[in-house]
Design a protein around this ligand. Structure first.
Ligand code: M5T
Ligand code: MG
Length: 579
């Protein structure tokens, strides 16, 4: 229960509504408690004694009570929905913020399907339970106790039946609910699985189709879906048994009341109206018990969801942002001292081993190496996407861990290996980091990144709508937009991870010339599988199986470095070194 309770703090800003909801329901409770009694009086006194005035008076009273009750109920529903809706929206926002702020290492470990279920199903469920709680928290106990008292007042003798029927009902309902609890928790986990399959499939649908693997994927989905169906049916079946069982108890009780009450009436110990009122109170009591049990099921069901929400809140970003050192801009000196790095801290599985190098401000550094040699991993350390296992990384002579994380991210800018564009116009994407960039500047930079020409060929030019994930752009076009976006965020250190891999050699050359001309003062790290891209770099880092096996100019490396020579030779053969 503690997880759910801890989420109730999100009701705080809406406490006015959260108080009004249970308060207004009191009108409905008064109606529920008074009506049977008034009805009994109408029958006993009004009809029994032929007193028309009494009947009219009480019917008017019943109408007023009903209207008040309905108004109270509507008002309560309104405020409960408002409070729970706002609170759950706040929770959703917090979870979303938390996910956005998670470190790469966290995100590597958590399934996206899980996060989506938390953001949708779990939070929706919490919203619902908060709403029910606000409406029922007073209603159930007051009706329960009130109806028991009224029943005893009407007939202490008949009330003996309560001593039997209330514990039996409570017991049966709680056994059923106890069976349903774990099933509902499992439902949520199976929803996770379905979400994961769907997400993987929808985002990879092109690959699936390209491999004509639809049937396999449909099978996979079927399996997850079937499991969800099975467990949902089981859970709902238990709940569905509860209702008829309750009806059975209510009916048995009514039969008993009619039988025993009938004898009492004949003996003139009781009035007919009282029997009707008693039956009404009795069913009030039993339905309250049922409602209580449903709330308890929902509570436990939602506790599982609350736990999952809190789990997301409790993910500790493994990147500590404590010292928060900032300055106006970075000069761009990068120093690696004995750096070891592993994605799986503690496993000893080093991706990068004993890196040592110094890059001076304003240098352009090429990074080459076979696939999987650790190029992407190396540069991701400069943006502090991960913390290193051993050694030190200094930027402008200051340990990277002492900088404010956001400062580093703002000043060390990446154009990633797989460019991610957002749906929206090309302009939206280019101005992603800063909406205030002028169109003139955007066009100037777009020309450097060789974006301008192809944009002018699209309809609406810079307002050309990019589809989700940029499907209506070519790979090279996406890469160049990603490069322009990086340039427009005015980096002090620019990291290009194979950014021109899908761009033809002439365009690649034009981009490099532009960078040299306009971005000569910033430090640029340029990963490339093509030697031609890095040939003019001030220095080139040659990586091999996570180790630096060369760090020099192209000419020197070509003379002395075996690994570099091998890469060079293989590319001459492929005709890749045209410039
Ligand atoms: C180097 C592993 C990968 C490889 C090694 C990005 C990433 C990589 N790895 C992980 O375990 N988790 C990750 O998130 O690290 O990989 P890299 O740095 O991506 O290599 P690269 O950039 O030189 O390769 P490529 O293909 O981009 O040229 O063993 O399994
Ligand atoms: Mg890579």
């Amino acid at each position: 229960m503690k997880n759910l309770i801890s989420l109730l703090k999100y009701l705080k800003p809406y406490k006015k509504w959260a108080f009004l909801a249970p308060l207004l329901i009191v009108f409905e409770v008064i109606m529920d408690l008074c009506m049977p009694n008034i009805m009994a009086n109408v029958i006993n006194i009004g009809i029994g004694e032929n007193n028309t005035n009494y009947i009219v008076f009480n019917i008017i009273l019943m109408c007023i009570l009903t209207i008040l009750g309905i108004l109270g109920s509507i008002g309560s529903a309104y405020y409960a929905a408002k409070a729970s809706g706002y609170a759950s929206a706040d929770i959703r926002k917090k979870v979303f913020e938390k996910i956005t702020n998670l470190s790469f290492l966290n995100l590597d470990k958590i399934k996206t399907g899980h996060l989506i279920t938390v953001l949708t199903n779990d939070i929706t469920l919490i919203g619902e339970i908060i709403m029910y709680l606000l409406r029922l928290i007073f209603r159930i106990p007051i009706i329960l106790v009130g109806s028991i008292l009224m029943a005893i007042l009407i007939s202490p003798k008949l009330s003996i039946i309560l001593v039997f029927i209330v514990p039996i009902t409570t017991l049966v309902v709680s056994i059923l609910m106890k069976k349903a609890f774990p099933k509902f928790q499992e439902v949520q986990e199976r929803v996770d699985d379905v979400n994961t399959v769907v997400r993987e499939n929808v985002s990879g649908i092109r690959v699936v189709k390209a491999f004509v693997n639809e049937n396999y994927e449909i099978d996979k989905f079927d399996k997850a879906n079937k499991k969800l169906r099975q467990i949902s049916v089981k859970a709902i079946r238990i709940i569905n048994v509860t209702m008829p069982v309750m009806m059975l108890f209510i009916n048995i009780a009514i039969v008993f009341v009619l039988w025993y009450g009938g004898i009492e009436v004949m003996n003139k110990d009781m009035l007919i109206g009282d029997i009707i009122a008693f039956i009404q109170y009795l069913s009030n009591i039993l339905t309250s018990l049922l409602m209580a049990s449903v709330v308890i099921v929902m509570l436990s069901h939602s506790e599982a969801s609350a736990l999952r929400i809190n789990e997301v809140f409790n993910y500790k970003s493994d990147l500590k942002n404590t010292k928060k050192y900032k300055k106006s801009k970075l000069k761009g000196k990068i120093e690696f001292q004995n750096v070891d790095f592993s994605y799986d801290q503690g496993s000893g599985n080093l991706v990068l081993k004993n890196l040592n190098f110094v890059i001076d401000p304003g240098q352009t550094i090429g990074i080459v190496g076979s696939t999987g040699s650790g190029k992407t991993s190396l540069v991701s350390l400069i943006g502090r996407f991960y913390d290193i296992t051993k050694g030190k990384i200094l930027i402008d002579g200051v340990n990277i861990k002492d900088y404010d994380l956001n400062f580093i991210r703002k000043h060390v800018v990446f154009s990633l290996q797989q460019p991610v564009l957002f749906s929206g116009s090309i302009k939206d994407n280019l101005k992603y980091t800063n909406k205030d960039i002028s169109d003139d500047e955007m066009i100037k930079v777009s020309k450097i990144a060789c974006v301008h020409d192809f944009v002018m060929e699209k309809e609406n030019h810079y307002d050309y709508k990019i589809e989700q994930k940029g499907t209506n752009l070519s790979g090279g076009q996406k890469q160049r937009i990603s490069l322009a976006r990086a340039l427009l965020s005015k980096p002090d250190i620019l990291v290009l991870d194979d950014t021109t891999s899908a761009v033809d050699i002439n365009t690649d050359l034009a981009i490099r010339k532009g960078l040299k001309k306009f971005y000569n003062d910033i430090t640029i790290l340029m990963i490339s599988s093509r030697i031609s891209t890095v040939i003019n770099a001030d220095k080139i880092i040659v990586l091999d199986e996570g180790q630096i096996v060369g760090f020099d100019t192209h000419d020197k490396l070509l003379k002395e470095n075996k690994v570099y020579q091998a890469i060079y030779k293989s590319q001459i053969k492929d005709g890749d070194l045209d410039d």
